[in-house]
Design a protein around this ligand. Sequence first.
Ligand SMILES: Cc1ncc(COP(=O)(O)O)c(C=O)c1O
Length: 393
Amino acid sequence: MRSRAVAESLPVTRQVPIDPWLPWPMISPFMSALPERSWCEIRASALRHNLRALKAWAGSAELMPLVKADAYGHGMLPLAHWFEEAGCPWIGCASVHEGRTLRDAGIRTRILLLSGFLPQELDEIHRLHLVLTLSSLPEARQAAATARRRGRPMEVQVKIDTGMGRLGAALPDAPGLLRFVWNSPHLTLTGVYSHYASADSDRALTRGQWEKFQSISTPAGIPRHICNSAGMFALPSSCGDLVRPGLALYGVCPLSRHQHLLRPVMTWKSRVVAVRSHPRGATLSYGATFRTPRAMQVAVVAVGYGDGLFRALSNRGEVLCRGHRRRILGRVTMDQILIDASAAPLPRKGDEVVLLGTQGAETLTPQAMARQAGTIPYEIWCHITDRVKKVHC
Ligand SMILES: Cc1ncc(COP(=O)(O)O)c(C=O)c1O
């Protein structure tokens, strides 16, 4: 068991004294000696809050946090350790590679592999004690053969397709698959699940999926689960034995009327590296898509699409600097953006810039950024590249 102190907070990177030559608020206490150009602060306090809120919401259901895709861009390993310490009985990942990374880092919690698998991966899945998702009889036979050859039963969950059309046995095939798994001495059934396709937007489809899932009978004592974040809020009565939130855990509620229950876990920041004055009629950035309508102050911020900032935010996105919203002017480039720095208090070189999160009285949410970029909050997070340091604090 790791120490309670570790359970209380995510690992904190080396803290250094604030550089005296950089005036507040130009430096974060979490930075290494050399100032980062773009970084994400991932707050354990917000994660703890969301975990508690979701547990309270889900009633008696257990929680399976999803850590796939680098925990939705929040840093898979620190978060997986934190979830394990917080007592989550399961975590969910998408690939064998993710599962191996988790095991190599010492994660002992049960890990459900949510994606489909290739036959060549079965030995490794078995070796790593990952829990396999089965969607068909041939898959179940392959898994059983692998387990028999390796001399130990394999833990599996049976997935049923109730309307997502991705993985899972079709309803008529589900009883046969369940019977095979239940009767196989080489397979240990640890759950039966399905997945909502549109719980945030289609009540009828969601209810229909829930009814189909309920129509499947499963052995007593085997956990059943269907809820992602949207399912939890759209149809709380379907929380069942276990819920599998990702989005909500990281602070975005798919049903906006419940957003007040959750806190954003990530703050994405950068800093001003130059401030320029331009006369009226100057063109800015590639393609000259912005022409100054008057004399303007423009700040250059050290973040671009090379860091995962969507180029679609060109001429439409906003950032915060000195507590005020500032428009992105011209095209987002690979390493830098230009922002309107004309309004007081005037941005200065070295200033901290917030792309996602709060500064002063203003907040920029992943939902708003996603709307401006024509995408979804998941993709905003997953798009952030490795060049952006994740600071767990
Ligand atoms: C099978 C499965 N369950 C749960 C989730 C979590 O969804 P959300 O992040 O919307 O809560 C996902 C996400 O892709 C998933 O694929």
